[in-house]
Design a protein around this ligand. Sequence first.
Ligand SMILES: CC(C)(COP(=O)(O)OP(=O)(O)OC[C@H]1O[C@@H](n2cnc3c(N)ncnc32)[C@H](O)[C@@H]1OP(=O)(O)O)[C@@H](O)C(=O)NCCC(=O)NCCS
Length: 189
Amino acid sequence: MTEGSSIRPDESRRERRHVVIAPMRTSDLSAVLRIEEAAFDEAWSRRLFEEELAQRTSRAYRAAWLGTELVAYGGIMAIDDEAHLNNIAVAETERGTGLGTVLLCDLVRTSLARGLAHLTLEVQVGNEPALALYRRFGLAPVGVRPDYYGPGRNGLIMWVRDIDTGDYAERLSAIEASVSDRFEVERRL
Ligand SMILES: CC(C)(COP(=O)(O)OP(=O)(O)OC[C@H]1O[C@@H](n2cnc3c(N)ncnc32)[C@H](O)[C@@H]1OP(=O)(O)O)[C@@H](O)C(=O)NCCC(=O)NCCS
């Protein structure tokens, strides 16, 4: 065997990172706003986040941490038995690593724990990373809101119904399994 051709199992495996997902607190907002302002033209203000966090019964905002760094966040609003995804964003340097997937799994589990049965959101037409993420969770387009994000920037309305069924539980477990080689997820309630 020539030098360098031996396979060392540890090297063929990617490092598994420990991510903690916890309720967002007002003390998280400086870090949240840095990600928010880099991610969106029409970023939410600190005041708006504070108002959202204060509505504890109808909202659930979650923050994802790698060590001491807040790297992603997202939140849902409950209306009847529907979870409306209000926002989701990953720090630019961490995108494409599976963190968005991990966070959306958490937000779906958070919605289920609150007894919600359906999930909906709006996304800008052409936001391919977000669309790829949402499709994977079974979200499908049902309509367009013209100019929702400003002139010429249409919003796509997406829904996935019956997330509280056995079929969807299987889908969610499969998505979680697909990122489990990259992330060890600790969910704090
Ligand atoms: C949308 C967002 C949250 C996704 O987070 P992420 O950590 O990059 O997502 P993941 O790494 O889990 O990848 C999710 C899917 O997007 C795909 N994806 C990631 N980056 C992509 C890119 N630049 N182009 C196309 N697809 C991409 C991945 O391949 C994956 O699809 P798959 O599951 O079919 O393989 C992140 O890109 C982001 O913060 N964007 C800015 C804010 C935003 O647009 N939020 C959504 C508002 S509706």
